[in-house]
Each structure stands twice: as structure tokens, then as C-alpha cells.
Design a protein around this ligand. Sequence first.
Ligand code: NA7
Length: 549
Amino acid sequence: MTPGRESHSSAVDAVVVGAGSAGLYMSHRLRGLGLSVRVIEAGSGVGGTWYWNRYPDARCDTESMQYSYSFSPDLQQDWHWTEKFAGQPEILKYANYVADRFDLRRDITFNTFVTSAVYDEDDDQWAIRTGTGEDIRARFCIMATGCLSNARVPDFIGRDGFKGTTYHTGHWPHEGVDFSGKRVAVIGTGSSGIQCIPEIVKQAAQVYVFQRTPNYSIPARNHPMTPEHEQSWKSNYDERREMQRRSRTGNVNNLNDVSAMSVSEEDRQSQYTARWATGGTTFMASFNDLVTNKASNDTAAEFVRQRIGEIVRDPAVAARLTPRDYPIGTKRICADTHYFETFNRDNVTLIDIREDPIQEIVTSGVVAAGKTYEVDSIVFATGFDAMTGALLKVDIRGRGGESLRVKWEAGPRTYLGLATAGFPNLFIITGPGSPSVLSNMIVSIEQHVDWLTDCIGHMRARQLHVIEPVREAEDAWVEHVNKTANRTLYPSAASWYMGANIPGKPRVFMPYIGGVGRYRQECAEIAAKGYEGFRLAASSRAGAFQSED
Ligand code: NA7
């Protein structure tokens, strides 16, 4: 280790890729260990997801009091959230505040993309190359690149010939977009589409919504933060944070810990009605078996279907908006503000493209089912190459030049979602194989960063410089992740959790669904056993890479 090195030198102890929530906290903790750090960020500012996703009404579906760092008691007391569910501008402001308060910017290089990371076994260093032509050598390479950061526009025929303006929700212009008087096509009805459509229709003359799969969405019922709610959290943060860490999803969501099948029809309906009235995705915490028991799931799904039928006036439109062929929650459930109500407006047309996919994009608009919808703008709310996309955009090469892209051709393989065999000292924050997108991301980020900080501290105390998962441990973890997923209803849906939104991507359930609390315990036990399943060594040279166990 080389504490005290110039943070902008081309050799540092650790390179962190990404300055979102994970990269910021990771760099803070590494600095606390006395390591020199470079954070390389593609954007011109901090915030990751909240830097890029600036579409109208982009908003977190986790409550603000819970979607925030817990590492600093002062920070969590000082910061004031103005709404129950914070919008993108406020979360971005928070990320900037954290960067300033902890003086993190001096280690961040903005507007720079990491193109490759190659492990040099001769001196156990990563050689990291950037798009600006810089080479940085580092002992540790930490990918804090996010799970939903590789925005994707499908390869529609004629896409680039469109004469109007195009936008992707995940790459929204910083100055905003004025749709006043415009005819707009929105393609995609996931969380992003569901959030931005009700806002776009308020401005636009006409909006055509192209829907491939109808989604289950619960009213968010967002409202200004009440002093009582804020105070109840701030007075009990220690205890509540602990509850988050031990929970299944990283949230205090008042899980009703009984099966939906164990109560009467009347009690079930009153539970769903109460959750619907409260709003938000904690609807899925109505019972403890909604994602494991199809019969239970059916009752929740049917409840939502009926609400859609009540909200949408035209029965034919309501029918098209109603999801029927996959269990509720197995594609990411959405939280909305008047999404279904939007389809009662005169200036909105829903086009069901499941049966008749978009044929092509022409200079004047979008063609589906033989009809051309002439528009001035197209909004692609078409999602991301999730979980692996941002990692594999970087050409990562481990021992013997092994390519991560090749290693993961049949799906990601990790140990704990944190590391992958053959790639020493490479870590992934909230990588595939960890709870990540099935959890409150900030809770999972803090858990990974804290675990990793302890691990690096452990290595330093013992003069160990190399750590890498053992293949057998990785194989066992991958099997455990798959088995756990297969005990749920999740694999039955064509979701981005399964890679199903990307043509040709292997269908593998990527996140670990064992639960945040259980996963935390598994990681802690592995650390307590001297990092069981990892090999640690002073160096890889001349066969010296041997287990310490
Ligand atoms: P999502 O949830 O992946 O949604 C993307 C939407 O785009 C979804 O409705 C897709 O339909 C649709 N899509 C994708 N490709 C196509 C093509 N080729 N043709 C038509 N429609 C298409 O991304 P979001 O940005 O909304 O949300 C991502 C996450 O961010 C979200 O889950 C939260 O965690 C925050 P499909 O369902 O695949 O049929």
C-alpha cells in the first residue's frame, strides 16, 4: 500500500470506476484506510443513476428516509428530504452534498470512461486505461458502475433515419425538454415510462404509448415530507437502520409475515386495500409469500387488475393495460403518479405492440401493425442492459489474459456478487449474484463497501496483496443463487432480471434473492472464517499464490 500518494498520479492503491452512490462511499472508506484512490467517472458530475436519469418525474420508489446513507449519523440528521419519495433533482443534490461534505471530488476524474482493465500478474497490479488515453496502475480495481447504467435503445429498423428528436430516459438532456404542442411517441412502459408518461402528456399535443408488456403499478401517493414522519425516523435512526439491514429487501416496509393463503378472503382484501391506499411498492409486503406461492400471488395480481379496470374508463384500453401472463412482482413492480388515469385523456393513445411489434422507424415516425404514427419526438423508455452491461462494456482481463466477457458468456459467475475467480483484486459493488436490484440499493451498497473495506484492512494488516475467489466456492455460490431463484416465481417472467430484454443475452436470474439480512450474515460469516472461499496471498509471482488457510 502507498498511503499519502498524490490522488491524481497514475499509480494509486485503488481505482474506483463510477462516482454514483457506490463509488462515492467506496472512495470515502478507502481514503479512511489511508489508501490513495482515483475515481473515474464518465459523467461530468457525481450521482450515477441520478445524474443520468433526468426524465420528467424521475423519482425513487424507495422512501427517502430509507434511501440515504447511514454511515454518518450527522449526515442523516442534517439532511432534510422534502418528499416521501424524493425526485431525481433532490437525490442528485444529496449526492453532490455528500461529495462536498466529505471532500470527495478531489479524487474524481470526470468526463472519462474506463475502456479496459488488465491484470498484470508480474506485479499484481491492474493496468486501467481510460478513453482519454491515460493509463493508471492500481492494486485494486473496484467496479462501482451500477446495475442499471448501460442504457439501451433497441435496434429498430430505420432508427437513425428519424428526422425528429429522440431521447432515452436514461440519458436525458440536462436542460430538460419542452414537449409543448408536440406529437410524441413513448416506447416502453417500465418504471421510467410509467413515471414520465403522465408528465409528458401534460405538455404534448398528442402522445402515442407503445406498450409491449403491461405492468403492475401501484400508486406512489407521494406527498411532502411531514415533520412527524421525518422526526420519527431521525429519533430512531439507529434502530431503523438495523432493521433495514436485517430485512429481506433493505427496507422497513412492515412486512405482514404470514401467507396470503393463511387468511380469509376478507382479510386479504383489507390488507391489499390498506397497502394500495398507503401507496408504493411495499404493496408486495402485504404477505410473505407473494413471490414464492403462485396462489398467493394470484390474489395480489387480481387485486391490482381490478383497480386498473376501475381507473381506466374505456374497457378495451383497460384490458390492454392489464397484465395477465406473469406473476405480480416478478418483473420490477412500479410505483406511479396517475399513470393509469393518463389513459382517460384525449391526447393519449395506447398501442399494444405485443402482437404487432414495431416494424420500423421512418423519417416521420413509428410504424406498427402497418400504421405510421407521425411524431416530432420519440422517447425511448426501453431500459438497460442490466447488471452486466456496464461491467462488460469495459474490456476486463484477468489472469492469463482471460476476458470477463468470455468468462460470462453463459451468464455472470461471481462469488457473493463481489468478485470473480481468475480476476484477482477486482471487486464489483452490488454485482450479479448479490441482492442488488432486489433491495434498497443504498443499503446493499453500504454493506458491500463496508465488507470490502474490512477485507482490504485485513489484507493490509497481514501484508497480503492478492485476493481471489476459489473456483469451487464460486461454482457453489452460483448454484446457490440459481437454486434460491428457482424456489421463487421470478424466473417465470421475461424480465431484465433474467436478461430477457436484450436479444441474445443468456437467460439467467442475475440477482441473489436470499434476502438482504441473510446475505449480510453469509458475507459476515465468510469474513469471520478468514475469508473462506477466497485465496489470499502476498503475491501471485512464481507460484507463490497460495491459500493462507
Ligand atoms: P425497463 O423496466 O427495462 O422497461 C423497459 C420498457 O421498454 C419495457 O416496457 C420493455 O418491454 C420495453 N421495451 C424494451 N425493448 C423493447 C422493444 N424492442 N420494443 C418495444 N418495447 C421494448 O426499464 P426502465 O428504464 O423503465 O426501468 C429500469 C429500472 O430502473 C426499473 O426497474 C427500476 O429499478 C428503476 P418488455 O417489458 O421488455 O416487454
